[in-house]
Design a protein around this ligand. Structure first.
Ligand SMILES: NC(=O)C1=CN([C@@H]2O[C@H](COP(=O)(O)OP(=O)(O)OC[C@H]3O[C@@H](n4cnc5c(N)ncnc54)[C@H](OP(=O)(O)O)[C@@H]3O)[C@@H](O)[C@H]2O)[C@@H](O)CC1
Ligand SMILES: Nc1ncnc2c1ncn2[C@@H]1O[C@H](COP(=O)(O)OP(=O)(O)O)[C@@H](O)[C@H]1O
Ligand SMILES: [K+]
Length: 569
């Protein structure tokens, strides 16, 4: 499990060690330079550090200090290092180390009595990089982004720092692009909330100290961090203070409901499904297939009834009452259930919500809000969920969700659906109703808001899927390829979430916080199934469902014990 702590927790953990004179910055810089050495060896044709051209972008705080110290270590190993000072001051120790190691320093900042360099800013403001800086960036093998770390307020870089980021070659059109290593965090990104305001240099690797920060796991900032490499600098972080977590394979294996030798299908969990309509049966097929293939004990699929069916049933019941005959004859499957049975013959068809017991529900995928009969079934599921039955509510069930649900209920909107749900409840940003762009700019904020308003666990789908559960506990999963953005893949996810809720229903009722971990586990398996179905290529939703058994088997075949990859390790 990867866990992120807030910058406040990291600072609090640093404070006593700094007071005791522990060389935290030396540890950070040493680990940073080791990672840069690895990258240079991997990326340079010459496979060595000697002669590599490295540019250090250094802000005026300790983040710049880390970068300058690492630059000094690289220079001592023969790299040609140029440091560009972006602040009105520079980290004195880092600058001294860099100069002593032969780093070329460009910048206009005053350090002590001396003015260092003259390479920045042909204009009066000094916030345009000069030609020496641009040349260094154009020829760099690797750029270290040490402009600002956890000292940033996330409102966007300013001044020369912003201009330097804009001057780093992006490689568009096949041009040269240096490897970019972010120091602690990509400079200027929202360290604690994942916001991105203004330009942030996209990193290939972020070397982060003490613990990952939430912004490295939270979109949109997480999309700019590249590979996150946590470095242990000896901090002790508060055990209960994790701001955001990310499950890994072993954690999911430990959560997965696995039958024992004496298990039977009912005890393993029955999932009731109200997904799809006669007009759009696909969602019924996909959600049901996914639940079966994720290993649920049994699926009870609630068939769609139109008004004529309901009239016939009423007449038939009245006739039975007259005959005093209590036994209802089995109802033939309608067109929707027939389509589902054709794909999954093991499914049991029910005539209505409440016909037969279930441990959990999956409802709403592929249900059109304008379809009154199906919506009544969905509403019955929402009522059951309100009464305490674990449930996953998707798409066409979301607008029936109001406040006061518990965290045993998992909502699975995408950004557009979440925005609509919030806007319908009067949520506004900048004076206008919340829209998809607002949710995509601050997905954590709005997923938490939806959790606060509904009481439910909220799984917000996207390239990175966020889950906010009881007490605001947050999981961030980025396990699937972009090919997973294909019609019907959300229906598959609903089926997987449902299978897990059914398989662990008793545990979820006892501890609703578990629902968020199960939902995150479902997202991981869903993403991996897409990779597994067609490695590197396009994937259909049904193929994702069909890959589930193999992915689950792979996970379970690994050591089932959760590997807590904590930081410090
Ligand atoms: N203490 C230690 O031993 C250890 C610390 N560690 C490291 O310290 C980092 C935290 O250092 P920190 O607290 O000095 O803050 P930091 O992130 O450098 O930012 C302050 C500087 O940024 C500037 N700046 C701010 N906003 C800006 C903007 N929008 N646009 C442009 N500039 C902006 C601000 O400028 P000013 O506002 O002063 O003009 C100031 O110069 C942490 O992330 C980790 O890397 C690790 O090595 C572990 C050991
Ligand atoms: N760029 C992406 N990379 C990886 N996964 C994605 C990406 N975009 C969307 N997804 C995933 O694809 C699924 C799409 O679900 P959804 O939007 O409900 O589609 P549908 O309604 O067609 O089933 C979600 O699980 C989401 O997390
Ligand atoms: K940085």
């Amino acid at each position: 499990m990867l866990r992120a702590w807030s910058s406040a927790d990291v600072r609090a953990a640093e404070a006593p060690l700094l007071a005791a004179g522990e060389p935290l910055m030396d540890r950070a810089a040493f680990a940073l330079h080791v990672e840069v050495v690895r990258l240079l060896r991997a990326h340079r044709r010459e496979r060595r550090v000697h002669g590599a051209r490295v540019v250090v972008l250094a802000g005026g705080g300790a983040n710049g200090g880390d970068a300058l110290h690492a630059g000094a270590l690289l220079a001592r190993r023969g790299a040609a290092v140029t440091a560009v000072l972006a602040g009105e001051r520079a980290h004195a120790g880092g600058l001294a180390a860099a100069r002593a190691a032969g780093v070329r320093v460009l910048g206009d900042v005053a350090v002590g009595d001396a003015v260092v360099g003259d390479a920045v800013g042909p204009d009066d403001e000094g916030d345009e990089p000069g030609p020496l800086v641009c040349d260094a960036l154009a020829g760099a093998d690797l750029v270290l982004d040490g402009l600002v770390g956890i000292g940033s307020d996330g409102s966007g870089l300013r001044g020369l720092a912003r201009a330097l980021v804009a001057a780093v070659p992006t490689g568009t059109g096949g041009g040269h692009r240096p490897v970019v290593v972010a120091v602690d965090v990509p400079s200027g990104s929202g360290v604690d909330d994942g916001r991105v305001a203004g330009d942030v240099l996209r990193a290939d690797v972020t070397v982060t100290f003490g613990a990952p920060k939430p912004g490295l796991l939270l979109p949109p900032a997480s999309g700019l961090a590249g590979q996150v490499v946590p470095v242990d600098i000896g901090l002790t972080l508060p055990a209960g203070g994790v701001a955001v977590g990310r499950l890994e394979g072993a954690d999911v294996a430990a959560l997965w409901p696995v039958p024992g030798a004496t298990s039977q299908k009912y005890a393993r969990g029955v999932l009731g499904v109200v997904c799809g309509t006669t007009r759009y049966p696909g969602a019924g097929v996909l959600a049901t297939s996914a639940a079966v293939l994720a290993g649920v004990g049994m699926v009870r699929f609630v068939d769609e009834r139109d008004e004529r069916d309901e009239r016939d049933e009423r007449d038939e019941r009245d006739e039975r009452d007259e005959r005093e005959d209590p036994a209802a004859p089995p109802r033939p499957a309608g067109p929707l259930a027939t389509a589902v049975l054709a794909a999954r013959p093991e499914v049991v068809v029910a005539g209505a919500v409440g016909d037969g017991r279930v441990q959990a529900w999956a409802a709403g995928s592929g249900v059109d809000p304008a379809d009154p009969a199906r919506r009544r079934d969905v509403a019955a599921v929402v009522a059951a969920a309100r009464d305490g039955v674990p449930a996953v509510l998707d798409a066409g069930a979301l607008d029936l969700v109001t406040e006061g649900l518990g965290a045993h209920v998992v909502l699975t909107p995408h950004a557009g659906e979440l925005a609509r749900w919030l806007a319908d409840r009067g949520e506004r940003v900048g004076g206008v109703p919340v829209d998809r762009d607002a949710v995509e700019a601050e997905p954590w904020r709005w997923a938490r808001r939806a959790h606060d308003l509904s009481g439910a666990t909220v799984l917000l789908k996207g390239a990175t899927t966020l889950v906010v559960g009881a007490g605001g506990s947050t999981w961030s999963q980025a396990d699937g390829p972009a090919w997973l953005a294909t019609a019907g893949s959300g229906d598959v996810l609903a089926g997987v979430v449902g299978a897990l809720l059914a398989g662990r229903a008793e545990d979820v009722v006892a501890d609703p916080a578990l629902a968020a971990r199960l939902a995150a586990a479902a997202a991981l398996v869903h993403g991996r199934a897409a990779h597994h179905a067609t490695p590197g290529g396009p994937v259909s939703a049904l193929a994702v469902a069909h890959a589930l058994p193999a992915v689950v088997a792979d996970l379970l075949a690994q050591d089932g014990a959760p590997a807590v990859r904590d930081c410090p390790a």
